[in-house]
Design a protein around this ligand. Structure first.
Ligand code: AMP
Length: 214
């Protein structure tokens, strides 16, 4: 299974990717996670990426492509991978084609998670991560018992620095202008699968598996 998850911020890419990882043993490669780790480590690359991330802009292609190139060469990717949050513009999509051709691992499918704007806003402003388990939660949508369980286990519900209303607005605009053209790019390549991203996590996951034929 070699797939790309396409969808606006908050469309559920990370959540659904975690489920495919658990059920199919593939690896999730999230450029957002890799960049946040670089920022947290204080590396030079992280320092260069931070300003763009805080503003909700895209980090430069040079940084992101270098990271993805290295990550895709690691041995665990031969079992399959989900690219979550990459590519985000046409230049990245074309560069990805080249890297995958080099390692003879072409994409099987590109899943577009389609979600209404109002739901995206609630998902993004409500999004939290449990500091103890890394589990993704939402103060509007997660069962209270799951939110309580994190805190009772000594965890904290952490909000991402870029999940504030101003940055969110910018990220959605960047998605529309730079990432949405990839929908027709991958449709023309015969790889696009549309998945309605509204409803519960279980409902979306069932649709996703149907779209992937697994
Ligand atoms: P995400 O976790 O995917 O929402 O990404 C968080 C932030 O990291 C984005 O708003 C961008 O600033 C940056 N980022 C993540 N992936 C990419 C990418 N493929 N290209 C450029 N910037 C990215």
């Amino acid at each position: 299974m070699r797939i790309v998850f396409l969808g606006a911020p908050g469309s559920g890419k990370g959540t659904q990717a975690q489920r495919l990882v658990a059920d199919f043993g593939v690896v999730q490669i999230s450029t957002g996670d890799l960049l946040r780790a670089a920022v947290a480590s204080g590396s030079e690359l992280g320092q260069r990426a931070k300003a763009a991330m805080d503003a909700g802009e895209l980090v430069s292609d040079e940084i992101v492509l270098g990271m993805i190139h290295d990550r895709l060469q690691e041995p665990d990717t031969t079992a399959g991978f989900i690219l979550d949050g990459f590519p985000r513009n046409l230049a990245q999509a074309r560069a990805l084609d080249d890297v995958l051709a080099d390692i003879s691992q072409p994409l099987d499918a590109v899943c577009l998670l389609d979600v209404d704007f109002d739901i995206l806003m609630k998902r993004l402003t409500g999004r939290r991560t449990c500091s103890k388990t890394g589990k993704l939660l939402n103060i509007y949508f997660s069962p209270q018992s799951e939110l309580d369980a994190c805190v009772e286990a000594g965890g904290e519900l952490i909000q991402r620095a870029d999940d504030n209303e101003q940055t969110i607005g910018n990220r959605l605009q960047v998605y529309r202008e730079q990432t949405e053209p990839l929908v027709s790019f991958y449709r023309d390549a015969g790889l696009l699968r549309n998945v309605a991203g509204d409803g519960s996590m279980d409902e979306v996951y069932a649709r996703l598996k149907t779209a992937l034929g697994v």
